[in-house]
Design a protein around this ligand. Structure first.
Ligand code: FES
Ligand code: FES
Length: 161
């Protein structure tokens, strides 16, 4: 077992983990960060995506000990109901959230994309979210939402709170 400290959305959280525990399990089961979803558990669906020091990673393929001393951002760190991130607003306005299971990971992958490329083409958006599966929307509404958020200037990084 190993003691770790992860800053989740700017808030330091400490726990003790087995060295083979995945980040998604530690976030959800030990730290109560349940907005991060565990879908396939093997790197195929992207539902577990978080930003680790600003970079999108599959938290089911990341060991919790690898996040020790680092910053994890979830959708709650991007924006709140009172002060949503432009991506969150655009997803709602475009009906890009249906069952919502993929939405957290999808939005974080989109945020990562827009940090690297503030004005992506629709093909680049599709490529940017290619690791995130959605069983509900057919992707068109999701691409529309990311396209609109990009045009609204959502590339500006908002620090985790
Ligand atoms: S739960 Fe991690 S990629 Fe599916
Ligand atoms: S909204 Fe249901 S899986 Fe994407």
């Amino acid at each position: 077992m190993q003691d770790i400290e992860i800053k989740v959305n700017g808030r330091p959280m400490r726990t003790t983990v087995a060295v083979d525990e995945t980040l998604v399990d530690v976030l959800r089961q030990r730290l109560g960060v349940v907005e991060v979803k565990n879908g396939c558990g093997q790197g195929d669906c992207g539902a577990c995506t978080v930003l680790l020091d600003g970079e999108a990673v599959n938290s089911c393929l990341t060991l919790a000990v690898q996040a020790d001393g680092r910053q994890v951002t979830t959708t709650r760190g991007l924006g709140t109901a009172e002060d949503p991130h432009p991506l969150q607003t655009a997803f709602i306005e475009h009906g890009a959230v249906q069952c919502g299971f993929c939405s957290s990971g999808m939005i974080l992958s989109a945020a990562s994309l827009l940090q690297q490329n503030a004005a992506p083409t629709r093909d680049e958006i599709r490529e940017g979210i290619s690791g995130n599966l959605c069983r509900c929307t057919g992707y068109t509404k999701i691409v529309d939402a990311i396209d609109e958020a990009a045009k609204a200037g959502s590339s500006e990084e908002r620090s985790a709170r």
